[in-house]
Design a protein around this ligand. Sequence first.
Ligand code: SAM
Length: 228
Amino acid sequence: MVIKLEKVVPVGRTLDEYIKMFNLTENDGQKSILTVADGPASFNAEGTKLGYKITSVDPLYSLNTEQIKKCFYEVIDNIIEQVEKTSNNWVWSYYKSPHELRKNRERAISLFCEDYEKGKKEDRYEIGELPKLEYKDSEYELGLISHFLFLYSAHFDQQFHLDSIDEMLRVCREVRIFPLLTLKHKISPYLYFVIESLQNKGYECKIEEVSYQLQPKGNQMLKITQSK
Ligand SMILES: C[S@@+](CC[C@H](N)C(=O)[O-])C[C@H]1O[C@@H](n2cnc3c(N)ncnc32)[C@H](O)[C@@H]1O
């Protein structure tokens, strides 16, 4: 066991991590983006300042800033302790140490909290949860989801994964998912079934290497597009 989590944790990443996890280009930055299960990531806060058009959706957004912060600080010590105890099982290229990892997660939630109330008023943070989204067909050009699908394969079954990805593809013309590994650092047991099922429905699925990595062999992202 590398890391054990009873439930999905409200821990988020930064804009730089999102750019690297999803191979985002300047052109992608011009698209309307839906980030699902975005939690206390600072992608929306930082990206909005750069002119990106981002909507984040997560069940966590039913809480206020203080409650979200409290949820984060209830879990972060335990996560970092588990990482410290298993530090040989992680790749220290992006972050140099568990301490730096923690600082980065704290930076992300701090930027998120500064932006959250304003972002809620601007409808940039919306309450919602997979496998159903309250958006119109093809409302967004690009859908991103990180550290939820595949990672939590032990918590959500194959049907949930299929339904959730179908729903994201209903709402977004292209969907990118990172990582493809579970919390045990193994390829998700659902990955190849999901890919085959999507290809049978006419989608193009491509596994791309990315420059972000914390889990060993965890430098791959799934890109799903409508076949031309
Ligand atoms: C580990 S965080 C990832 C945050 C962000 N995507 C990142 O990578 O920095 C996982 C998020 O999934 C959210 N979540 C839990 N169940 C969900 C569901 N059914 N649909 C969408 N999001 C969900 C949690 O509230 C949490 O914020």
